[in-house]
Ligand binder design. Structure first.
Ligand SMILES: Cc1cc2nc3c(=O)[nH]c(=O)nc-3n(C[C@H](O)[C@H](O)[C@H](O)COP(=O)(O)O)c2cc1C
Length: 252
């Protein structure tokens, strides 16, 4: 039994409190996601962009809840289906939230964060300076063992597609809420997988991060500000994307 399965078993045997942290399972029940609201889709699409400057202020509880739900929460409770499409109806991707107080597994059924480890691994979620201070880094972990009858190459392809859909949900949610985010492939995936104690069949995929909406961090107020210096802040979108995909395909 893996560590996560053990935690989930514990969870199913433990009534999770309606709010707050349960000591036994180290589970934080997120507030119910908002049932409506946000910007109209076209407005969010107009605002969608990558931002690489972050305040270190943690996300407010409701924003964190809505962000996790938007990323890969359950939008059809009758079937347990998700806000993002996924390969062959197999839920290959698990979303982890790397924050200052540890790395948390997002359990969509409970809409809760389950403590995976207490270490602050934010600095290891990317090769760029801003990742260490960003309050939240989402890590998309692909479970190769859940993908049957396909080659390793296809596993990476479909797992990357699944992760990209989740990443786009996060982009649109952040655009709607005035939060910053950037989808990232520039990370030492093997080192992060090791730090997260992942099983051999599990691999770190692409990731994004969000941050709080506060003065100076809202998308609107960032126009004209200099972005963090990195090869990803040049104007050559084509080569940047290629770099990301190359790195992704090297993962396992
Ligand atoms: C597959 C993929 C990997 C990416 N990896 C990184 C990354 O590691 N670091 C980064 O700063 N941006 C990364 N990006 C963001 C792109 O650089 C960004 O989306 C692109 O420059 C276009 O800018 P925009 O999102 O503001 O429209 C990645 C995007 C994609 C789709």
């Amino acid at each position: 039994m893996t560590r996560r399965q053990a935690i989930c078993s514990l969870l199913s045997a433990t009534a999770v409190a309606a709010a707050g942290t349960t000591a036994q399972a180290k589970t934080v029940q997120l507030q119910p996601p908002r049932a409506s609201g946000g910007k109209p889709l076209i407005d969010a699409l107009k605002l969608r962009r990558s931002i690489r400057e972050y305040s270190n202020k943690p996300l407010e509880p409701q924003l964190l809840s809505d962000l996790m739900w938007s990323a890969f929460g359950i939008n059809r409770p009758a079937t347990g289906d998700r806000t993002a499409p996924y390969w062959r109806h197999v839920m290959v991707i698990d979303v982890y939230a790397a924050m200052a107080d540890g790395v948390w597994f997002y359990d969509p059924k409970l809409h809760a964060l389950v403590l995976h480890q207490e270490d602050d691994l934010r600095a290891q979620t990317g090769l760029q300076d801003f990742v260490a201070a960003a309050p939240l880094n989402l890590v998309y972990v692909a479970h190769g063992e859940r993908m049957q009858d396909v080659s390793v190459e296809e596993r990476h392809l479909y797992a990357s597609a699944d992760a990209c859909f989740i990443g786009q949900n996060v982009y649109l949610f952040c655009a709607s809420e005035g939060l910053a985010t950037v989808f990232r492939a520039a990370v030492d995936k093997q080192a992060l997988a090791k730090a997260m104690h992942l099983e051999p069949e599990q691999f770190v995929n692409l990731r994004a991060n969000g941050r709080p909406s506060e003065a100076g961090t809202r998308i609107g107020s960032l126009h004209g500000r200099k972005l963090a210096t990195s090869r990803f802040s040049s104007s050559s979108g084509r080569s940047r994307t290629k770099t990301g995909l190359d790195q992704t395909s090297a993962v396992e």
